[in-house]
Design a protein around this ligand. Structure first.
Ligand code: NAD
Length: 452
């Protein structure tokens, strides 16, 4: 494939290893985000009905900040780190020297189509790689704009965009990339990982799952409701780390529901359909899929849909059967089931019986409950008393565990994901002790045992 071969040649020219080149490319990404902010806002509005503020907060400024953070810290991350050398290896010095992997592929999902491609690209560029970006075809306006802007702002000998769907991605996946970062669902992740295995290409898989949200009776329910509503209904629920469902006891549920209703009204008005702060579902297939979930429980809030604009109201369900599709599949839309759990132990058991989620949340003022939750619930990212806010901390690794993914990026973790940590030892010339060389003798053996 010509694009891939071109990038391999560029990588072998060593230009992407240069600190100045990396600085310039990262600065160009920052510039792209600021100069083309209104174009990206329009594209995200077209694809997902995102409000300009939401587009800026969760995508445009996120990418700009990630690129700036990489740029500011890059010199430090690139430095070789000295390691102490044991006596048996003396005289010597040892260090770990990061080196770029080569040509990497970034396959993004449609729900945050800019963030999920360009933040990864910033990390890969910071680590000195050539990059092929494959944005999701389900967000076509953003995909086209990324392709246009990357060609305009970045070094096209090293960073390219390939647009398209299954056919184009399949062709890309046949290439012997040095790393693949894939964001999307678990089924396609299996295709990606199988294709990668043929070339022994390492993968980072950013997947999803059912992220639980436990609310204990001692929580400040007013703040809890607001933060759950924000996490759940941002991007109309099409967020991999959105709280998928709430686990709480019967009394807390009764107190929480009116507060959730109030928060929805405060954020999106009495009629969210007419609010420009509320997004739309990406396509008809997802609209049908999510709409069906509404029938899986008793609608206490919302429930309204409009197929012509792919609007689904912020919806809350109670009395949901645990074997119904809404509790078996990742919802990935604005439908929030409230599931009864009498206490924290029951909630933890419930979560642990399912796949390990990408995010897990707990709302409580009780330190002991908090630690039990953090110790006993395995998940990619955890939030105590808020949803999604770990995304605001660049130095927290972002990634899943088990069915929610493998590997992580963000900040230095992204740099490390796209680097090989080369181990180096440099030996002194003298003395060159004969003790490890043949012929092996009892005396040498005894001496080695002593110094080891
Ligand atoms: P999607 O349909 O956009 O697919 C993701 C990518 O895979 C796209 O670029 C697409 O072109 C490619 N693709 C699709 N079918 C393919 C095939 N047969 N072969 C090769 N490539 C193929 O996105 P999606 O899968 O609907 O994404 C939603 C999922 O992603 C949810 O589960 C969500 O939780 C998860 N997600 C995770 C994160 C994260 O950072 N962990 C972020 C966003 C979304």
């Amino acid at each position: 494939m010509k694009t891939f071969d071109d990038l391999v040649s560029t990588f072998h020219s060593d230009r992407t290893k240069d600190l100045q080149w990396r600085f310039e490319q990262l600065a160009a990404i920052e510039r792209m985000m600021s100069e083309r902010e209104s174009d990206f806002t329009d594209a995200l509005q077209q694809d997902l009905g995102k409000h300009a503020l939401e587009a800026w907060l969760t995508e445009i400024s996120y990418v700009a900040e990630e690129a700036a953070y990489c740029r500011k810290n890059l010199r430090r991350w690139m430095k070789a780190k000295r390691i102490s050398t044991p006596i048996v290896a003396m005289p010597a010095s040892s260090w770990v020297q990061p080196e770029p992997l080569g040509v990497v592929l970034i396959i993004g999902a449609w729900n945050y189509p800019l963030q999920l491609t360009m933040a990864g690209a910033a990390a890969a560029i910071a680590a000195g790689n050539c990059v092929i970006i494959k944005p999701s075809e389900l967000a076509p306006a953003t995909s086209a704009l990324i392709a246009k802007c990357v060609a305009e702002y970045l070094d096209t000998a090293a960073v390219r965009v390939v647009e398209g769907g299954v056919a184009e991605t399949t062709e890309l996946l046949a290439q012997p990339f040095d790393h693949i970062l894939y964001t999307g669902g678990g089924n396609v992740a299996r295709i990606v990982m199988s294709a990668a295995a043929k070339n022994l290409t390492p993968v980072t898989l950013e997947l999803g799952g059912k992220s639980p949200c436990v609310v204990l009776p001692d929580a400040d329910l007013e703040v809890t409701a607001r933060r759950i509503v924000w996490g759940k209904y941002t991007n109309a629920g099409q967020t991999c780390i959105a709280p998928d469902y709430v686990l709480t006891d019967v009394d807390t549920e009764a107190r929480l529901l009116p507060l959730i209703e109030k928060s929805i009204a405060e954020m999106f008005g009495e009629d969210p359909e007419s609010s420009d702060s509320y997004g739309r579902i990406i396509n008809d297939r997802h609209f049908e899929r999510i709409s069906k979930f509404i029938g899986d429980g008793h609608v206490v809030i919302g429930g309204k849909t409009n197929s012509s604009s792919r609007y689904i109201a912020p919806t809350v369900l109670t009395d949901v059967a645990l074997d119904s599709p809404v509790m078996q599949e990742e919802i990935f839309g604005p439908v929030l089931p409230i599931i009864r759990a009498d206490d924290l132990d029951e909630a933890i058991q419930f979560i642990r019986a399912k796949d390990r989620p990408l995010a897990a949340y707990i709302f409580t003022k009780n330190k002991d409950a908090e630690s039990r939750f953090l110790d006993q619930v395995s998940c990619g990212n955890a939030g105590v008393n808020d949803t999604m806010m770990f995304m605001a901390v660049h130095e927290l690794p972002f990634g899943g565990v088990g069915a929610s993914g493998m590997g992580a990026y963000s900040g230095e973790h992204g740099f490390r994901t796209f680097s090989h940590m080369k181990a180096v030892i440099k030996r002194g010339w003298w003395p060159d002790l004969a003790v490890r060389y043949a012929p092996y003798t009892d005396k040498k053996f005894a001496f080695l045992r002593k110094i080891r």
